[in-house]
Design a protein around this ligand. Structure first.
Ligand code: TMP
Length: 210
């Protein structure tokens, strides 16, 4: 049986990595083989594109170049990591995927959804996440958390209104296709986040077993 493709989304400092670790532990404790990965990144070439995208020093890509670099890294990541893992029956938990492109390059940078959808069709050939978790929080809280982690990357140096648009972009995606998303309040205490994630994992496992 093919595995499941789960993605975790949210603004900066939303706790995506912590959620990924928790889901991995819960699923593995139930005997499921899990691959954790991230975007942009996940293969050596895609990680080098990530470095280019996040670098605050070098030449900043124009919006279209940023979009194409993200989809180039996605094509590599899908072919080398995600598709083979799913075909082998593993569950893939990916820290960000194309919802991030609609939120950041679409809603926040202003590129059209039509353009992003065209690239999505070309690169993903129908591949979509089976489930998306949106770790939702107010941008100013996320930015405080991100700042406490150290130096800010190129995206983290954007202004507050950029992050308001990212958040609205994500929530608009949820509104369009609510069945695919679970929105978790990332401002609540960690144990409550864990409880929600554990329940979700249980639900997925029972759906998958059916
Ligand atoms: P991270 O903060 O999850 O490590 O992701 C790195 C940055 O990449 C984050 O600021 C959002 C950005 N990004 C996009 O702008 N578009 C995308 O499609 C993806 C996957 C990430």
């Amino acid at each position: 049986m093919a595995g499941r493709f789960i993605t975790i989304e949210g603004g900066e400092g939303a706790g995506k990595s912590t959620a990924q670790l928790r889901l991995r532990a819960t699923l593995e404790s139930r005997g499921i083989s899990v691959v954790c990965t991230r975007e942009p990144g996940g293969t050596p070439l895609a990680e080098s594109i990530r470095q280019t995208l996040l670098d605050v020093e070098g030449e900043a890509p124009v919006e279209m170049a940023e979009l194409l670099l993200i989809f180039a890294s996605r094509a590599q990541h899908l072919a080398k990591v995600i598709e083979p893992a799913l075909a082998a029956g593993k569950w893939v938990i990916c820290d960000r995927f194309t919802d991030a492109t609609f939120a950041y390059q679409g809603a926040a940078r202003g590129l059209s959804n039509e353009l992003i959808s065209t690239l999505e069709r070309l690169v993903q050939e129908g591949r979509q996440p089976d489930a998306v978790i949106l770790m939702d929080l107010q941008p100013h809280i996320g930015m405080e958390r991100a700042k406490s982690r150290g130096a800010l990357d190129r995206f983290e140096q954007e202004q507050h209104h950029f992050y308001e648009r990212v958040r609205s972009g994500y929530l608009a995606r949820v509104h369009e296709n609510p069945a695919r998303y679970t929105v978790i309040d990332a401002e609540q205490e960690l144990q409550s986040v864990y409880n929600e994630l554990d329940k979700l994992a249980d639900r997925w496992i029972s759906e998958h077993d059916r």
